[in-house]
Design a protein around this ligand. Structure first.
Ligand SMILES: *[C@@H]1O[C@H](CO)[C@@H](O)[C@H](O)[C@H]1NC(C)=O
Ligand SMILES: *[C@@H]1O[C@H](CO)[C@@H](O)[C@H](O)[C@H]1NC(C)=O
Ligand SMILES: *[C@@H]1O[C@H](CO)[C@@H](O)[C@H](O)[C@H]1NC(C)=O
Ligand SMILES: [Ca+2]
Ligand SMILES: [Ca+2]
Length: 364
């Protein structure tokens, strides 16, 4: 073969390979992606608030002892609870001692909340909605809804009638494939309600975009559910003429809203996960690159900006953003997923830290 023939044969072979590779990626792709409409970065009201480094001033609770404590809550006696990636529910007593309280197993424990009866409710992305009683007994409250297994429970809150409202992030993808839900960008999330008088679970809202944090307003007239990859949170009316109806509570957030908690003054704390970067913004507008990333999860991890920053915002009951606390380069905390206010301090959970951050609010 003369060199020219060789080159054309080789390039023909390469093109055939590339084509086979592309077809392989698209045909066997686990996703059927849609594009995400990204809010223009400047459209968020939080941009009017200056960038700051307040979250770098946190006191570290339980450093080295807590593996990625996603959610945190404090009961009325001041005991701090969290659920960690090694399958434990751990708590910090008032006397400063940490306790390995309850071993649930798995690596997918997310939102928690304490109840009026002083039980702890835990969202387990594998098992469903769980209850840990004060005496340590574990009960599965909800594992199925409408005949389907609850795959990805994410956050939960109790109402004064003891109903539990909780989010399911995706009915299609589990926690280990969370990135596929983001890449597919089709709304597979739900808002569910567990009724303790009948032990029954029902679907309140369907078709949510990665349903995440759930909180109830101070007067219990509405509930907020956050939709992570739509950069917004919805208001779902629990009372009045608009009961059962949904409207937008806050939108064009500077990143993906994760957990949300009611503050004592009636406003809300929302943890914002960094979701924007030039590369990721491009991915959200390109189906081809979504298929490629779906085939190479390591590549997605590499370009994901969640570890680069931490942001928490305080949103008034009317949906206006009042305060913003950040660690803009993720120096002390990044990937903050939860902010819970108790006695003039914010308790911060994160999927990228081995402690809970405690931020004095008076000084911030
Ligand atoms: C701290 O309080 C807990 C709960 O009351 C108790 O079990 C524990 O022994 C106490 N630890 C110390 C060092 O006092
Ligand atoms: C419940 O399941 C049935 C049968 O699978 C389905 O037709 C229906 O749409 C589901 N209801 C909700 C609210 O998802
Ligand atoms: C609900 O479940 C509990 C046990 O978890 C049981 O004692 C109770 O009888 C059940 N209630 C109904 C109405 O099924
Ligand atoms: Ca929570
Ligand atoms: Ca969450």
């Amino acid at each position: 073969m003369d060199p020219k023939q060789c080159v054309s044969a080789c390039s023909g072979f390469l093109i055939a390979c590339l084509l086979a590779f592309t077809l392989q990626i698209i045909f066997f792709s686990p996703i059927s992606p849609d594009l995400i409409e990204l809010p223009p970065p400047s459209s968020s009201a939080s941009h009017l608030l200056p960038t700051n480094t307040h979250l770098q001033r946190v006191i570290k609770l339980g450093e080295g002892y807590l593996k990625d404590p996603e959610d945190v809550c404090v009961d009325r006696n001041g005991v701090v609870y969290t659920a960690t990636r090694d399958g434990w529910v751990k708590r910090l007593h008032k006397n400063g001692t940490w306790q390995d309280w309850k071993f649930i197993d798995g690596h997918a424990l997310f939102g928690i909340t304490t109840t009026m009866e002083n039980d702890l409710i835990v969202c387990d992305a594998e098992k469903g909605l769980l209850k840990v009683s004060e005496n340590g007994v574990l009960t599965v409250l909800a594992a199925h809804v409408n005949g389907s297994k609850i795959r990805f429970a994410n956050d939960v809150i109790e109402a004064s009638d003891r109903s539990l409202y909780f989010s399911v992030s995706s009915t299609k993808f589990g926690f280990d494939n969370l990135y596929l839900d983001v890449l597919e960008a089709k709304p597979h999330g739900q808002l569910l309600k567990y009724d303790p008088s009948s032990n029954e679970t029902s679907i309140l809202l369907d078709g949510l975009a990665f349903a995440n944090g759930v909180a109830i307003s101070r007067d219990e007239d509405y509930l907020i559910v956050c939709e992570t990859w739509k950069f917004r949170c919805l208001k779902y009316w629990l009372k009045g003429e608009t009961r059962g109806e949904t409207e937008i509570f806050v939108q064009n957030l500077p990143g993906g809203p994760d957990n949300i908690n009611l503050a004592p003054d009636g406003s809300f704390w929302i943890a914002i996960v960094e979701f924007r970067s030039n590369v990721l913004d491009f991915v959200h507008t390109s189906k081809a690159s979504k298929h490629v990333l779906a085939a190479f999860p390591k590549l997605y991890k590499l370009i994901s900006p969640v570890h680069r920053k931490a942001t928490v915002i305080n949103v008034a009951a009317d949906g206006s953003i009042i305060r913003k606390f950040q660690d803009p380069k993720g120096k002390v905390m990044s990937f903050v997923t939860s902010a819970f206010e108790f006695e003039d301090h914010l308790y911060l959970g994160s999927l990228n830290s081995n402690f809970i951050g405690k931020l004095p609010l008076k000084a911030a």
